[in-house]
Design a binder for this molecule. Structure first.
Ligand code: NDP
Length: 314
């Protein structure tokens, strides 16, 4: 059987997705090449599609090295590592996997919020260390009825806000533009939102536009009784300022799924018992990852069959 379309895979993907791609296309892998740049220079021409992920991305240099590239399909919703302007300039279609992960990312944001407020992970460590035999675990903070500030009311932010209604949490949000048709008040100033909130959940897009949006000033506005949850991108938080604020007790705690230099987590954070650290796993359920794999595949297949990706990032 001939495979008319040559596709370049940028990094490891789910085995089932790799198998489907290999069955449907002439699949080449860049990440297993000893010298990716040299390989691209020799084999870049003729590659018409790319299968990548939010982690592996697609740079302007890689796009430039692929003169016949027509479509990029990315596993994930984050676009901070995909050079969209470079793709748009060449008229390259870019597919991604929005919406199918909203529920599971929102669920994990709530799990982090509950954990950091009530000390679930810390209490588990306490029991395992045998400390329950000697004393009681510290008191947590109430979640139900507390004020929730959401930074970024996009697809996932809205899903988190819906979850919070079940906890009777008054909810407000900050984003550059107010969202029409939602019941939650928009707060144009992030500092004001942080001052108001008991819990600040960050779920904006990553990239240059949101770099260090949550800085020392925002953390001080959140204050010693306030908790931070980040499920967006590590770059959105000034990590050094966060470490300092936590060490000095200027905020009450943090639940973090994402970091600046993943998979490296600052050692200072590991020392703190009021911090919950997760390995970038917010979308990581069997159901959601399969849905993301299906959409990654469908985006490529639809492009070659119908001339357009199912879910376009452009
Ligand atoms: P959307 O594009 O639907 O929402 C992004 C939101 O961010 C919008 O409300 C947007 O509003 C806001 N935003 C963008 N720039 C700024 C800014 N400078 N200041 C304030 N708000 C801003 O994306 P999703 O909800 O689908 O996903 C959000 C992000 O979550 C993804 O980009 C990804 O990085 C991250 N993510 C993390 C996962 C994980 O595993 N931890 C899994 C999935 C996603 P406006 O434009 O009006 O400012």
């Amino acid at each position: 059987m001939s495979h008319p379309h040559r596709i370049l895979q940028m990094g490891p993907l789910m085995p089932g997705l790799e198998a489907r791609l290999a069955a449907e296309f002439d699949l080449q892998r860049l990440d297993t090449q000893p010298d990716a740049e040299a390989w691209l220079a020799e084999h870049g021409a003729g590659i018409v599609g790319m299968a990548t992920s939010a982690v592996h991305g697609c740079s302007a240099a890689q796009i430039a090295a692929l003169p016949d590239l027509k479509v990029v399909s990315s596993f994930g919703v984050g676009l901070d590592r995909i050079d969209l302007p470079a793709a748009a300039r060449r008229g390259i279609a870019v597919g991604y996997t929005p919406d199918v992960l909203n529920d599971c990312v929102a669920d994990l944001a709530m799990a982090l919020l509950l954990d950091v407020a009530r000390g679930v992970s810390a209490a588990d460590r306490f029991v395992r260390r045998g400390e329950w035999l000697e004393r009681r675990f510290r008191l947590g903070r109430r979640v139900s009825g507390a004020r929730l500030g959401i930074v970024g009311l996009g697809r996932i932010g809205r899903t988190i806000a819906q979850r919070a209604t079940g906890f009777d949490m008054p909810t407000r949000y900050h984003s550059r533009r107010p969202v029409a048709g939602v019941p939650w008040p928009h707060e144009p100033q992030l500092l004001e939102l942080a001052r108001w909130a008991d819990y600040l959940v960050v779920i904006t897009a990553g990239g240059a536009g949101t770099r260090h949006l949550v800085n020392a000033e925002v953390l001080d506005a959140l204050g010693p009784e306030g908790f931070l949850v980040n499920v967006s991108r590590g770059s959105v938080i000034d990590e050094a300022a966060l470490v300092k604020a936590l060490q000095e007790g200027r905020i009450a705690g943090a639940g973090l799924d994402v970091f600046d230099r993943e998979p490296h987590v600052p050692g200072e954070l590991m020392q703190l018992d009021n911090v919950v650290l997760l390995p970038h796993m917010a979308s990581g359920t069997v159901e959601t990852r399969h849905a993301m794999a299906d959409l990654t595949f469908d985006n490529l297949q639809a492009f070659f069959r119908e001339g357009r990706v199912r879910a376009s990032a452009l």
